[in-house]
Ligand binder design. Structure first.
Ligand SMILES: [Zn+2]
Ligand SMILES: [Zn+2]
Length: 214
C-alpha cells in the first residue's frame, strides 16, 4: 500500500485544493489512500472522506494541529479537537482512538521545527514524519536518523498544498496502516524538488489571496 499521509485542502488558508480534485489526482498518481490533515480542523478531511465512494481507496480523516511545541499530525480522528496544548492533544487523540505523529520535526525554518527532542516523546506519540516533500532533504535525513534511534515508526507525506504536490511524499506498508504503525513496519519515500514553488504559492495564498476572497 502507498499512502500520502499529509495533504491540505482549501479548509487550510494556505491551500486552495478542492476535495474532489484531491481524490482525482491521488488516484491518477496510483496512491491507495491519503490522509487529509488541514491546519487545526478536521472539516476538510470529513469533506474528502464523504466524496470518496471507492472501497479500494482509503481516506484517513485527520488534521495538523499546532501545539506549543510545534505541529502534530492526527490520523483516524472522529471529531474536532479544540485544545492546542500538547499534553491535552495527546489525551484527546487517545480518547478518540486516533493516532498522533510529529510533523516535520527538523524543518529548517526555526518556528516550524518541533521544540521537544524526539527522545522526550517516546511512549507519547505513535510516529514521526520522516519524509515530508516540503522539507529540505537533510531535514528528512535527520528525522529518519533520530526516529530510528528512538524506535519510532516513520510516516511520509507530501504536505500538499497544491495539485503538483500530491503523491510527492508517501508511506509504504502492508495491509493495514494502524497495524503497520503500531508494529513499526512502515517505509517512506518521495521527492522534495517542488518545495520552493509550493512554499512560495502558499505564502501568496495565505497572505494575499485568502484575505481578499474570504
Ligand atoms: Zn499550510
Ligand atoms: Zn502541513
Amino acid at each position: 500500500m502507498r499512502y500520502d499521509l499529509h495533504i491540505h485542502t482549501k479548509y487550510s488558508r494556505c491551500s486552495a485544493l478542492q476535495p474532489a480534485r484531491i481524490l482525482k489526482i491521488a488516484k491518477k498518481k496510483k496512491l491507495d489512500g491519503i490522509a487529509i490533515t488541514d491546519h487545526n480542523t478536521v472539516r476538510g478531511a470529513l469533506a474528502v472522506n464523504k466524496l470518496n465512494k471507492d472501497p479500494d481507496f482509503e481516506v484517513v480523516v485527520g488534521s495538523e494541529m499546532k501545539s506549543e511545541y510545534g505541529d502534530v499530525l492526527i490520523y483516524y480522528q472522529n471529531e474536532e479537537i479544540k485544545t492546542r496544548n500538547f499534553l491535552e492533544l495527546i489525551d484527546a487523540v487517545k480518547q478518540q482512538g486516533a493516532m498522533l505523529a510529529v510533523a516535520h520535526p527538523f524543518r529548517i525554518v526555526p518556528w516550524l521545527k518541533f521544540k521537544l527532542p524526539l527522545k522526550n516523546l517516546v511512549g507519547k506519540v505513535d510516529a514521526v514524519e520522516t519524509f515530508n516533500s516540503r522539507n529540505a532533504f537533510w531535514s528528512n535525513t535527520i528525522a529518519t536518523k533520530e526516529a530510528k534511534k528512538y524506535g519510532f515508526a516513520g510516516v511520509g507525506g507530501s504536505d500538499a498544498h497544491w495539485p503538483f504536490d500530491i503523491g510527492n511524499g508517501y508511506t509504504i506498508f502492508r495491509d493495514n496502516l494502524i497495524k503497520a504503525i503500531k508494529t513499526k513496519q512502515t517505509e517512506v519515500g518521495g521527492t522534495t524538488y517542488m518545495v520552493g514553488l509550493s512554499a512560495i504559492l502558499s505564502t501568496v495564498q495565505s497572505r494575499i489571496i485568502y484575505p481578499i476572497f474570504s
